[in-house]
Write a protein that binds this ligand. Structure first.
Ligand code: HAM
Length: 427
């Protein structure tokens, strides 16, 4: 039997998992500063949530969902994204009734899409996303964008670009929709089957088609920006003005339509240019989704958010040779020689750990040289040697690895000695 990891998934092994933990700590910290609170929703939801929320003409719903029937005959789906579930939870838990609106929420967790796996495109990937629900204030759009930009910058990424568009409100969208239908209709038979079926149902999706992206009609397609009504136009201007004041550069791209159906008004992506990425690649995407809460049965509560995957972030960090500060050295390794000292060492490391010191010992009956090798591999700051002689005298031999200095310390004072040394070191 040769069981392998499923296609499009990955193991995150020691050595890399520290990077993930570090990134997660930056997420929690930046969200705390922006005053967003964590929300955790289930990994699977009723299939209908995504059909209704994400939209049943999208690639995600049509081709990419992991949908299954449970033993009770219910159709469930592994979440392909976070927004629909957060909105469901906002409605179900009546978060709209809280005094503090908007509810500013964030999440970090695995999402699942049955896509063709390639670099930066996984079947299971982890999204960090934020959703601010309950306000249609353009400064909130700018805030959400600023959070994402600051996040990448704090991790040291350079060469990132914010691309911005407005998809307009309902009225603007429906006049744009008519224009799109008129534009594509005469030559729709030159397009793929998907696009043909999109023409009437959701012509905006045609602009997002990968198969037909080089068709000449794509370039001449009517731009949404020409169809924005006054209020959509002025909303877009306010968002841009606010970004200007925050010192955030952007590029307006009327071709940015996003792959999910719930968007209106502000839509944005953060792209990166780089060798490892081939051409420009999207690191993050988001936008406003006024109307989605109502669609899920809640009261009028406009929302905006974004999501990015940690996998693509790590790829970007790697292509820019950015090392995260994750070196985690062991404080103390206890080398024990002989049966009695080995038993005592177990109690000593436990005592160290209880005192807040990271400590380890040998579990494979290695000789002294072998134990020192391991201590070295863990980057131990101190090694403490305990043999029969030391045990008899009630002492332990502490070696500071950086200087090679050795010091005999009484077993009674050993833990406080190490603690003190570490404290002095970190001052
Ligand atoms: P999305 O554009 O589908 O939007 O995905 C957002 C981000 O998730 C992408 O920019 C990318 O970083 C990452 N991503 C998507 N698919 C994959 C994949 N197969 N492998 C690795 N990374 C991937 C959403 O999901 C929306 N829910 C974003 C949002 C939140 N809009 C409003 N609020």
């Amino acid at each position: 039997m040769n069981i392998r990891i499923p296609r499009g998934t990955q193991d995150i092994l020691p050595g890399t998992s520290e990077q993930w933990q570090y990134i997660e700590s930056v997420i929690h910290d930046i969200c705390r500063r922006y005053n967003y609170s964590e929300i955790r929703t289930p990994i699977f939801e009723q299939t209908e949530l995504f059909q209704r929320g994400v939209g049943d003409t999208t690639d995600i719903v049509q081709k990419e969902m992991y949908t299954f029937e449970d033993r009770g005959g219910r159709s469930l789906t592994l979440r392909p994204e976070g927004t629909a579930a957060v909105v469901r939870s906002y409605v179900e838990n009546k978060l709209y009734g809280h005094v503090s609106q908007p509810q500013k929420l964030y999440y970090v967790g695995p999402m699942f899409r049955y896509e063709r796996p390639q670099s930066g495109r996984m079947r299971q990937f982890v999204q960090f996303g934020v959703e601010a629900i309950g306000s249609a204030d353009p400064t909130l759009d700018a805030e959400v964008i600023a959070l994402a930009m600051d996040f990448y910058k704090e991790l040291g990424l350079t060469g990132i670009k914010l691309v911005l568009n407005s998809l307009g409100d309902q009225e603007s969208r429906s006049s744009h929709r008519q224009a799109l239908i008129q534009h594509f209709q005469p030559r729709i038979d030159e397009f793929c089957e998907d696009c043909q079926s999109r023409l009437e149902r959701n012509p905006l999706r045609i602009l997002d088609c990968k198969k037909d992206q080089d068709h000449p009609l794509m370039e001449t397609a009517p731009s949404i920006l020409e169809y924005l009504n006054e209020s959509s136009q002025s909303y877009f201007e306010s968002v841009k003005e606010c970004l200007n004041q925050m010192g955030i550069d952007y590029e307006v791209d009327p071709g940015l339509v996003r792959g999910l159906d719930y968007y209106n008004n502000t839509a944005f992506e953060i792209m990166i240019e780089g060798k490892g990425f081939g051409s420009i690649t999207t690191l993050m995407g988001g936008g406003r989704y006024n109307g989605l809460v109502e669609e899920m049965g809640g009261p009028e509560s406009p929302g905006i958010g974004f999501a990015l995957s940690i996998e693509r972030l790590i790829m970007a960090l790697e292509t820019q040779n950015i090392d995260l500060p994750v070196v985690q050295n062991l404080d103390c390794y206890v080398v024990a020689l002989g049966k009695e000292p080995a038993n005592k060492a177990a109690a000593i490391v436990t005592e160290l750990r209880r005192a807040g010191v990271s400590a380890d010992k040998d579990y494979t009956f290695k000789k002294m040289k072998g134990q020192f090798k391991v201590a070295d591999r863990f980057g131990a700051s101190y090694t403490a040697i305990l043999g029969d002689n030391e045990l008899e005298k009630g002492v332990i031999n502490v070696k500071e690895m950086s200087s090679g200095e050795q010091q005999e310390v009484s077993l009674e004072q050993f833990v406080s000695y190490i603690k003190h040394k570490l404290e002095v070191e970190s001052e």
